[in-house]
Design a protein around this ligand. Structure first.
Ligand SMILES: [Mg+2]
Length: 346
């Protein structure tokens, strides 16, 4: 029997099969308030969203492109589905907000309309449930490569969003998690032939977790003066936060929460120094971690726990009045830290 060509209608039917409309109307009591905000979901010309009283909306969108952000022969389709939403939702976490709903724009070649699309939608659905973010609509078209664009709508109490531009000299600088973990996973994936194996070291790269609970906690406790998520690497993202706030920073290299180096057969005892340096470079410039970078006034620092929800929180330095970003390491002169993280144009 000849294979039937997909149509836009058959793609939408696949989306609706995995994201059934009843999810919008009928849901668990825990999700009811969230679902009720979407008074009309997928299936009409546009969705209708009912904002929460006392909140302001957060809007963000993100590209996720084959060849630029993922490779079809390396990244499992469900990880593409999970990650495209996770990285967009991470920007809501960085503002201290709650994600509410999202729009999916998807361009696909015909070769990706079968099992690839199913796997992608399964990963996307798992992420949507995890982050309590409902699919509100979208658009599909045909293209010779996979192009994904996600728009997320979130909310935060009016006037309480965590911004990049309020850090002051003397504030302590914190990060969540371990830095460079996702980039280390990418290195492993590149070395591996074929589709990603199920290594735990790849988790952070394939299935990142936006720090939603931490962002909301920082808002509730009024602890952070400024915050952002680490998507492109500490050196690049910190320079953005400092530029927005009109300040500089001093990072203590010894304080950075590094990843454990990968075991290597070529690495003899005397080479542990180079392994340490590799971990430091990953922490400074590695992208895709989606951890939070935030500043806390010194007099509130004792209220920041050493971990939050099992994720370590580490003070890595301080904000300074001089606009330079310096890296201080034991036995070395302070050195200027230049932005050298992920840049699609580089
Ligand atoms: Mg961001």
């Amino acid at each position: 029997m000849p294979r039937r060509h997909p149509t836009e209608g058959s793609l939408l039917a696949e989306v609706e099969r995995i994201f059934p409309r009843k999810v919008v109307q009928k849901n668990s009591p825990a999700n009811r308030s969230l679902v009720n905000q979407l008074s009309l979901g997928i299936g009409d010309d546009a969705a209708l969203f009912r904002p929460t009283r006392g909140c302001e909306a957060i809007l963000t969108c993100d590209w996720f492109l084959e060849g630029t952000h993922f490779l079809r022969h390396k990244h499992p389709p469900d990880s593409v589905g999970w990650k495209c939403l996770a990285r967009a939702v991470s920007d809501i976490a960085a503002m201290g907000g709650k994600p509410r709903c999202f729009l999916l724009s998807l361009a696909l070649p015909e070769s990706a309309t079968g099992s690839w699309l199913r796997g992608f939608l399964e990963g996307l659905r798992r992420a949507a449930r995890n982050f309590e973010c409902v699919l509100a609509g979208g658009d599909t078209t045909k293209r010779n490569q996979i192009f994904i664009n996600i728009t997320v709508l979130g909310e935060v109490q009016s006037g309480r969003a965590l911004r990049r531009d309020d850090a002051s000299a003397g504030d302590l600088l914190y990060v969540s998690g371990h830095l460079g973990e996702a980039e280390q996973g990418l290195h492993l994936l590149r070395k591996h032939r074929g589709v990603a194996p199920r290594y735990s070291r790849l988790r952070k790269h394939l299935y990142p977790e936006p720090r939603l609970a931490l962002g909301q906690w920082l808002v509730t406790k009024r602890l952070a003066t400024a915050a952002m998520d680490l998507s492109d690497g500490l050196s690049s993202d910190l320079s953005r936060l400092c530029a927005a706030s009109g300040v500089g920073a001093r990072i203590n290299a010894q304080k950075l929460p590094l990843v454990n180096p990968l075991p290597s057969p070529h690495r003899a005892r005397q080479k542990t120094k180079s392994a340490e340096n590799e971990a430091l470079q990953l922490a400074l410039h590695g992208g895709d971690d989606y951890e939070l970078l935030f500043t806390v006034p010194r007099n509130k620092a004792s209220r920041v726990p050493t971990s939050f929800g099992g994720v370590p929180l580490t003070a890595i330095g301080e904000i300074t009045a001089t606009r330079k970003i310096l890296l201080v390491a034991n036995g070395h002169k302070p050195a200027t830290l230049k932005p050298a993280g992920w840049d699609p144009f580089r």
